[in-house]
Design a protein around this ligand. Structure first.
Ligand SMILES: *Cc1c(COP(=O)(O)O)cnc(C)c1O
Length: 392
Protein backbone atom coordinates (compact mmCIF):
# COMPACT_ATOMS: atom_id res chain seq x y z
CA UNK A 1 0.00 0.00 0.00
CA UNK A 2 1.30 3.43 -0.87
CA UNK A 3 0.85 6.17 1.68
CA UNK A 4 -1.82 8.79 1.10
CA UNK A 5 -0.16 11.82 -0.49
CA UNK A 6 -1.07 14.18 2.33
CA UNK A 7 -0.46 11.80 5.20
CA UNK A 8 1.62 13.50 7.87
CA UNK A 9 4.99 12.13 8.90
CA UNK A 10 5.07 9.99 12.05
CA UNK A 11 7.10 12.64 13.88
CA UNK A 12 4.22 15.06 13.47
CA UNK A 13 1.46 12.58 14.14
CA UNK A 14 3.28 11.56 17.32
CA UNK A 15 3.04 15.00 18.92
CA UNK A 16 0.67 15.41 21.87
CA UNK A 17 -2.79 16.79 21.09
CA UNK A 18 -3.36 20.54 21.36
CA UNK A 19 -5.17 20.77 24.68
CA UNK A 20 -6.51 24.25 24.24
CA UNK A 21 -8.56 23.54 21.08
CA UNK A 22 -11.85 23.04 22.95
CA UNK A 23 -11.25 26.12 25.08
CA UNK A 24 -10.39 28.26 22.03
CA UNK A 25 -13.66 27.09 20.49
CA UNK A 26 -15.61 27.99 23.65
CA UNK A 27 -13.96 31.40 23.78
CA UNK A 28 -14.97 32.13 20.19
CA UNK A 29 -18.52 31.00 20.96
CA UNK A 30 -18.76 33.30 24.01
CA UNK A 31 -17.42 36.24 22.00
CA UNK A 32 -19.85 35.50 19.17
CA UNK A 33 -22.66 35.72 21.76
CA UNK A 34 -21.45 39.24 22.52
CA UNK A 35 -19.74 38.42 25.84
CA UNK A 36 -16.99 40.89 26.71
CA UNK A 37 -14.34 38.22 27.33
CA UNK A 38 -11.37 39.29 29.47
CA UNK A 39 -8.41 37.51 27.86
CA UNK A 40 -5.92 36.42 30.51
CA UNK A 41 -4.80 33.35 28.61
CA UNK A 42 -1.88 34.29 26.43
CA UNK A 43 1.28 35.88 27.85
CA UNK A 44 1.89 38.56 25.26
CA UNK A 45 2.73 42.08 26.50
CA UNK A 46 -0.08 44.54 25.71
CA UNK A 47 2.09 47.68 25.86
CA UNK A 48 3.86 48.87 22.69
CA UNK A 49 7.58 48.56 21.98
CA UNK A 50 9.42 51.61 23.47
CA UNK A 51 9.85 54.62 21.16
CA UNK A 52 13.66 54.66 21.06
CA UNK A 53 13.60 51.11 19.67
CA UNK A 54 11.05 52.03 16.99
CA UNK A 55 13.20 55.00 16.04
CA UNK A 56 16.29 52.79 15.59
CA UNK A 57 14.24 50.48 13.40
CA UNK A 58 12.92 53.33 11.23
CA UNK A 59 16.44 54.50 10.54
CA UNK A 60 17.84 51.02 9.93
CA UNK A 61 15.12 50.14 7.42
CA UNK A 62 16.23 53.02 5.18
CA UNK A 63 19.80 51.76 4.91
CA UNK A 64 20.34 49.45 1.90
CA UNK A 65 23.18 47.64 3.68
CA UNK A 66 20.48 46.17 5.90
CA UNK A 67 18.47 44.80 2.98
CA UNK A 68 20.83 41.93 2.18
CA UNK A 69 21.34 38.57 3.85
CA UNK A 70 22.46 39.03 7.43
CA UNK A 71 25.28 36.91 8.90
CA UNK A 72 24.18 33.58 10.34
CA UNK A 73 25.42 34.17 13.86
CA UNK A 74 24.27 37.77 14.26
CA UNK A 75 26.02 41.08 13.53
CA UNK A 76 29.20 41.51 15.60
CA UNK A 77 27.70 44.68 17.13
CA UNK A 78 24.56 42.79 18.12
CA UNK A 79 26.60 40.09 19.82
CA UNK A 80 28.74 42.71 21.54
CA UNK A 81 25.59 44.42 22.79
CA UNK A 82 24.42 41.09 24.24
CA UNK A 83 27.79 40.56 25.95
CA UNK A 84 27.70 44.09 27.39
CA UNK A 85 24.12 43.62 28.57
CA UNK A 86 25.10 40.38 30.36
CA UNK A 87 28.09 42.03 32.00
CA UNK A 88 26.08 45.02 33.21
CA UNK A 89 23.04 43.09 34.37
CA UNK A 90 24.54 39.85 35.69
CA UNK A 91 28.29 40.44 36.00
CA UNK A 92 28.79 37.61 33.50
CA UNK A 93 31.58 38.03 30.93
CA UNK A 94 30.99 36.47 27.51
CA UNK A 95 33.10 36.25 24.37
CA UNK A 96 30.82 37.81 21.73
CA UNK A 97 32.55 35.82 18.98
CA UNK A 98 32.17 32.31 20.40
CA UNK A 99 29.70 32.44 23.25
CA UNK A 100 26.82 34.46 21.77
CA UNK A 101 24.47 33.51 18.92
CA UNK A 102 21.46 35.48 17.70
CA UNK A 103 18.11 33.66 17.48
CA UNK A 104 14.86 34.36 15.65
CA UNK A 105 13.23 34.58 19.06
CA UNK A 106 14.36 32.24 21.81
CA UNK A 107 11.61 29.79 20.82
CA UNK A 108 13.51 29.17 17.61
CA UNK A 109 16.68 28.16 19.48
CA UNK A 110 14.80 26.05 22.02
CA UNK A 111 12.96 24.38 19.15
CA UNK A 112 16.18 23.49 17.35
CA UNK A 113 18.70 22.61 20.03
CA UNK A 114 17.73 18.94 20.46
CA UNK A 115 18.44 18.44 16.75
CA UNK A 116 22.07 19.32 17.48
CA UNK A 117 22.63 17.12 20.55
CA UNK A 118 19.96 14.42 20.91
CA UNK A 119 19.99 11.13 19.04
CA UNK A 120 16.78 9.13 18.58
CA UNK A 121 15.98 7.33 21.81
CA UNK A 122 18.09 9.60 24.01
CA UNK A 123 16.46 11.45 26.88
CA UNK A 124 15.79 15.13 27.50
CA UNK A 125 14.85 16.22 31.03
CA UNK A 126 11.82 18.48 30.79
CA UNK A 127 10.06 20.43 33.56
CA UNK A 128 6.38 19.55 34.08
CA UNK A 129 4.50 21.87 33.94
CA UNK A 130 6.60 23.73 31.39
CA UNK A 131 6.75 25.80 28.24
CA UNK A 132 5.47 23.27 25.67
CA UNK A 133 8.37 23.75 23.23
CA UNK A 134 10.81 21.78 25.45
CA UNK A 135 8.78 18.62 25.02
CA UNK A 136 7.87 19.21 21.37
CA UNK A 137 11.42 19.97 20.22
CA UNK A 138 12.58 16.82 21.98
CA UNK A 139 9.96 14.72 20.19
CA UNK A 140 10.69 16.29 16.79
CA UNK A 141 14.34 15.29 17.23
CA UNK A 142 13.31 11.71 18.02
CA UNK A 143 14.27 12.10 21.67
CA UNK A 144 12.36 10.93 24.70
CA UNK A 145 11.14 13.52 27.23
CA UNK A 146 11.56 12.60 30.88
CA UNK A 147 9.30 14.82 32.96
CA UNK A 148 10.56 16.48 36.13
CA UNK A 149 7.48 17.42 38.21
CA UNK A 150 7.42 20.93 39.65
CA UNK A 151 5.32 20.83 42.81
CA UNK A 152 4.45 23.38 45.44
CA UNK A 153 6.13 21.15 48.09
CA UNK A 154 9.40 21.55 46.14
CA UNK A 155 8.89 25.28 45.54
CA UNK A 156 8.32 24.38 41.87
CA UNK A 157 11.95 23.25 41.48
CA UNK A 158 12.70 19.80 40.01
CA UNK A 159 13.90 17.15 42.47
CA UNK A 160 17.14 16.17 40.73
CA UNK A 161 17.87 13.41 43.25
CA UNK A 162 14.66 11.66 42.19
CA UNK A 163 15.99 11.09 38.66
CA UNK A 164 17.06 7.45 38.35
CA UNK A 165 20.54 6.30 37.37
CA UNK A 166 19.13 4.68 34.24
CA UNK A 167 17.52 7.96 33.10
CA UNK A 168 20.63 9.98 33.95
CA UNK A 169 22.77 7.75 31.75
CA UNK A 170 20.49 8.19 28.77
CA UNK A 171 20.02 11.95 29.20
CA UNK A 172 21.69 14.51 26.95
CA UNK A 173 19.93 17.77 27.78
CA UNK A 174 18.04 19.30 30.67
CA UNK A 175 15.70 22.24 30.19
CA UNK A 176 15.21 24.63 33.09
CA UNK A 177 13.30 27.92 33.19
CA UNK A 178 13.48 30.51 35.99
CA UNK A 179 11.68 32.80 36.56
CA UNK A 180 9.27 30.08 35.54
CA UNK A 181 6.42 29.95 33.09
CA UNK A 182 3.75 28.87 34.08
CA UNK A 183 4.30 28.63 37.88
CA UNK A 184 5.96 32.09 38.26
CA UNK A 185 8.50 30.51 40.65
CA UNK A 186 12.07 31.79 40.92
CA UNK A 187 15.17 29.70 41.62
CA UNK A 188 17.61 30.29 44.49
CA UNK A 189 21.35 30.21 43.76
CA UNK A 190 21.67 26.83 45.54
CA UNK A 191 19.34 25.23 43.02
CA UNK A 192 21.44 26.45 40.09
CA UNK A 193 24.55 25.17 41.90
CA UNK A 194 22.92 21.76 42.33
CA UNK A 195 21.96 21.75 38.64
CA UNK A 196 25.58 22.46 37.64
CA UNK A 197 26.84 19.56 39.82
CA UNK A 198 24.16 17.25 38.46
CA UNK A 199 24.98 18.17 34.87
CA UNK A 200 28.72 17.77 35.39
CA UNK A 201 28.40 14.43 37.19
CA UNK A 202 26.12 13.02 34.53
CA UNK A 203 27.44 14.61 31.35
CA UNK A 204 24.23 16.52 30.64
CA UNK A 205 23.91 19.92 28.92
CA UNK A 206 21.79 22.46 30.80
CA UNK A 207 19.58 24.68 28.64
CA UNK A 208 18.31 27.45 30.87
CA UNK A 209 15.46 29.54 29.49
CA UNK A 210 15.75 33.00 31.05
CA UNK A 211 13.00 34.83 29.15
CA UNK A 212 11.60 36.49 32.31
CA UNK A 213 14.66 37.71 34.24
CA UNK A 214 13.67 41.37 33.79
CA UNK A 215 10.04 41.00 34.83
CA UNK A 216 10.62 40.99 38.59
CA UNK A 217 8.95 42.72 41.52
CA UNK A 218 9.74 44.30 44.87
CA UNK A 219 13.35 44.85 43.75
CA UNK A 220 14.15 41.10 43.89
CA UNK A 221 16.28 40.72 40.76
CA UNK A 222 16.50 37.14 39.50
CA UNK A 223 19.95 35.82 38.63
CA UNK A 224 21.30 34.31 35.47
CA UNK A 225 22.15 30.61 35.50
CA UNK A 226 25.56 31.64 34.15
CA UNK A 227 26.33 33.57 37.35
CA UNK A 228 26.95 30.26 39.12
CA UNK A 229 30.47 28.77 39.16
CA UNK A 230 30.92 26.10 36.52
CA UNK A 231 27.65 26.92 34.72
CA UNK A 232 29.29 28.01 31.49
CA UNK A 233 31.13 24.68 31.32
CA UNK A 234 27.88 22.72 31.37
CA UNK A 235 25.33 24.81 29.61
CA UNK A 236 23.76 27.73 27.87
CA UNK A 237 21.11 30.31 28.59
CA UNK A 238 18.37 31.29 26.16
CA UNK A 239 17.24 34.87 26.35
CA UNK A 240 14.82 37.04 24.49
CA UNK A 241 14.00 40.66 23.86
CA UNK A 242 10.32 39.68 23.57
CA UNK A 243 9.17 40.05 27.14
CA UNK A 244 11.74 42.57 28.40
CA UNK A 245 11.17 45.15 25.64
CA UNK A 246 7.61 44.32 24.51
CA UNK A 247 9.00 42.92 21.26
CA UNK A 248 7.20 39.58 20.87
CA UNK A 249 6.30 40.34 17.26
CA UNK A 250 9.83 41.24 16.22
CA UNK A 251 11.36 37.77 16.68
CA UNK A 252 14.72 38.46 18.21
CA UNK A 253 16.53 36.60 20.97
CA UNK A 254 19.85 34.93 21.64
CA UNK A 255 21.67 32.06 23.32
CA UNK A 256 24.83 32.49 25.39
CA UNK A 257 27.21 30.20 27.27
CA UNK A 258 29.28 27.08 26.57
CA UNK A 259 30.92 27.60 23.18
CA UNK A 260 30.53 24.00 21.93
CA UNK A 261 26.79 24.13 22.64
CA UNK A 262 26.38 27.54 21.00
CA UNK A 263 28.29 26.25 17.98
CA UNK A 264 26.30 23.01 17.76
CA UNK A 265 23.07 24.98 17.62
CA UNK A 266 24.69 27.36 15.13
CA UNK A 267 25.45 24.45 12.87
CA UNK A 268 21.77 23.49 12.70
CA UNK A 269 20.79 27.10 12.09
CA UNK A 270 23.21 27.68 9.21
CA UNK A 271 21.35 24.86 7.48
CA UNK A 272 17.77 25.98 8.13
CA UNK A 273 17.69 29.79 8.38
CA UNK A 274 19.68 32.82 7.31
CA UNK A 275 19.76 34.97 10.41
CA UNK A 276 17.73 37.97 11.59
CA UNK A 277 16.88 40.99 9.42
CA UNK A 278 19.66 43.46 10.25
CA UNK A 279 17.25 46.32 10.87
CA UNK A 280 15.72 44.24 13.65
CA UNK A 281 19.19 43.59 15.06
CA UNK A 282 19.80 47.37 15.03
CA UNK A 283 16.57 47.81 16.98
CA UNK A 284 17.75 45.08 19.37
CA UNK A 285 21.07 46.87 19.90
CA UNK A 286 19.17 50.04 20.80
CA UNK A 287 16.92 48.01 23.14
CA UNK A 288 19.89 46.55 25.04
CA UNK A 289 22.21 49.58 25.05
CA UNK A 290 19.76 52.52 25.07
CA UNK A 291 17.57 54.02 27.77
CA UNK A 292 16.26 51.27 30.08
CA UNK A 293 13.58 53.36 31.83
CA UNK A 294 10.74 51.71 29.88
CA UNK A 295 11.71 48.35 31.39
CA UNK A 296 11.51 49.78 34.90
CA UNK A 297 8.13 51.29 34.03
CA UNK A 298 6.85 47.90 32.83
CA UNK A 299 7.98 46.28 36.07
CA UNK A 300 6.01 48.83 38.08
CA UNK A 301 2.99 48.34 35.84
CA UNK A 302 3.06 44.53 36.17
CA UNK A 303 3.63 44.79 39.92
CA UNK A 304 0.52 46.96 40.33
CA UNK A 305 -1.45 44.55 38.19
CA UNK A 306 -0.16 41.61 40.22
CA UNK A 307 -1.24 43.25 43.46
CA UNK A 308 -4.69 44.00 42.05
CA UNK A 309 -5.27 40.49 40.70
CA UNK A 310 -3.83 38.59 43.67
CA UNK A 311 -5.88 40.63 46.15
CA UNK A 312 -9.00 40.21 44.01
CA UNK A 313 -8.58 36.46 43.58
CA UNK A 314 -8.02 36.00 47.31
CA UNK A 315 -11.13 38.06 48.03
CA UNK A 316 -12.95 35.67 45.69
CA UNK A 317 -11.78 32.76 47.87
CA UNK A 318 -9.07 31.43 45.57
CA UNK A 319 -5.60 30.41 46.72
CA UNK A 320 -2.43 31.62 45.01
CA UNK A 321 1.11 32.73 45.82
CA UNK A 322 1.96 36.32 44.96
CA UNK A 323 4.66 35.99 42.28
CA UNK A 324 8.10 37.60 42.64
CA UNK A 325 8.63 37.57 38.87
CA UNK A 326 7.09 36.88 35.41
CA UNK A 327 3.73 38.26 34.39
CA UNK A 328 1.75 35.19 35.44
CA UNK A 329 -0.25 34.22 38.49
CA UNK A 330 -0.47 30.46 39.14
CA UNK A 331 -3.69 29.76 40.98
CA UNK A 332 -5.10 26.64 42.64
CA UNK A 333 -8.42 25.56 41.18
CA UNK A 334 -11.10 25.38 43.91
CA UNK A 335 -12.46 22.11 45.43
CA UNK A 336 -14.53 20.09 43.04
CA UNK A 337 -12.94 21.37 39.84
CA UNK A 338 -10.17 20.21 37.51
CA UNK A 339 -8.00 22.61 35.54
CA UNK A 340 -10.18 22.00 32.49
CA UNK A 341 -13.55 22.27 34.23
CA UNK A 342 -12.55 25.42 36.10
CA UNK A 343 -11.30 27.17 32.97
CA UNK A 344 -14.57 26.24 31.29
CA UNK A 345 -16.47 27.59 34.30
CA UNK A 346 -14.54 30.88 34.14
CA UNK A 347 -15.22 31.28 30.46
CA UNK A 348 -18.92 30.44 30.48
CA UNK A 349 -19.89 31.93 33.90
CA UNK A 350 -17.55 34.89 34.15
CA UNK A 351 -16.38 35.61 30.60
CA UNK A 352 -12.73 35.09 31.49
CA UNK A 353 -10.19 33.23 29.39
CA UNK A 354 -7.34 31.71 31.41
CA UNK A 355 -5.00 28.81 30.70
CA UNK A 356 -5.65 25.45 32.38
CA UNK A 357 -2.51 24.20 34.13
CA UNK A 358 -2.71 20.70 32.68
CA UNK A 359 -2.03 22.22 29.24
CA UNK A 360 1.57 22.64 30.44
CA UNK A 361 1.90 19.01 31.57
CA UNK A 362 0.27 16.53 33.94
CA UNK A 363 1.78 18.11 37.04
CA UNK A 364 -0.02 21.33 36.12
CA UNK A 365 -3.34 19.66 36.90
CA UNK A 366 -5.11 21.46 39.73
CA UNK A 367 -3.88 24.89 38.66
CA UNK A 368 -4.87 27.64 36.29
CA UNK A 369 -2.65 30.41 34.90
CA UNK A 370 -3.64 34.06 34.59
CA UNK A 371 -1.53 36.49 32.55
CA UNK A 372 -1.11 40.08 33.74
CA UNK A 373 -1.13 41.46 30.21
CA UNK A 374 -4.30 43.57 30.44
CA UNK A 375 -4.89 46.90 32.22
CA UNK A 376 -5.43 46.98 35.97
CA UNK A 377 -9.17 47.83 35.83
CA UNK A 378 -9.75 44.77 33.66
CA UNK A 379 -7.97 42.58 36.23
CA UNK A 380 -10.06 44.10 39.01
CA UNK A 381 -13.19 43.42 36.98
CA UNK A 382 -12.05 39.85 36.26
CA UNK A 383 -11.55 39.16 39.97
CA UNK A 384 -14.96 40.66 40.78
CA UNK A 385 -16.66 38.55 38.10
CA UNK A 386 -15.00 35.43 39.55
CA UNK A 387 -16.13 36.35 43.07
CA UNK A 388 -19.72 36.72 41.89
CA UNK A 389 -19.67 33.53 39.82
CA UNK A 390 -18.24 31.48 42.68
CA UNK A 391 -20.74 32.81 45.22
CA UNK A 392 -23.76 32.00 43.07
C1 LIG B 1 7.59 33.70 25.71
C2 LIG B 1 8.53 32.60 26.07
C3 LIG B 1 9.59 32.24 25.23
C4 LIG B 1 9.68 32.67 23.80
O1 LIG B 1 10.08 33.87 23.56
P1 LIG B 1 10.46 34.35 22.10
O2 LIG B 1 11.81 34.91 22.28
O3 LIG B 1 9.43 35.33 21.73
O4 LIG B 1 10.48 33.19 21.15
C5 LIG B 1 10.48 31.29 25.66
N1 LIG B 1 10.33 30.69 26.85
C6 LIG B 1 9.32 30.98 27.67
C7 LIG B 1 9.21 30.26 28.95
C8 LIG B 1 8.37 31.92 27.30
O5 LIG B 1 7.34 32.15 28.08
Amino acid sequence: MTAQPFELARRLKGLPPYLFAKLDELKRAEMAKGVDVIALGVGDPDEPTPKNILEAMHQAVDRPVNHQYPSYEGMPRFREAVARWYRTRFGVTLDPAGEVLSLIGSKEGIGHIPLAFVNPGEVVLVPDPGYPVYEISTLLAGGEPHYMPLTRENDFLPDLQAISQEVRERSRLMFLNYPNNPTAATAPREFFEAAVRFARDNGIIVCHDAAYTEMYFDGKRPRSFLEVDGAREVGVEFHSLSKTYNMTGWRVGFVVGAAPVVQGLGKIKTNVDSGIFQAIQEAGIEAMTGDQSAVARMRTLYQERRDTLVAGLRAAGLHCDSPEATFYVWVDVPEGYTSASFSEFLLTRAGIAATPGNGFGQAGEGYIRFALTVPRQRLAEAAERIRKALSR
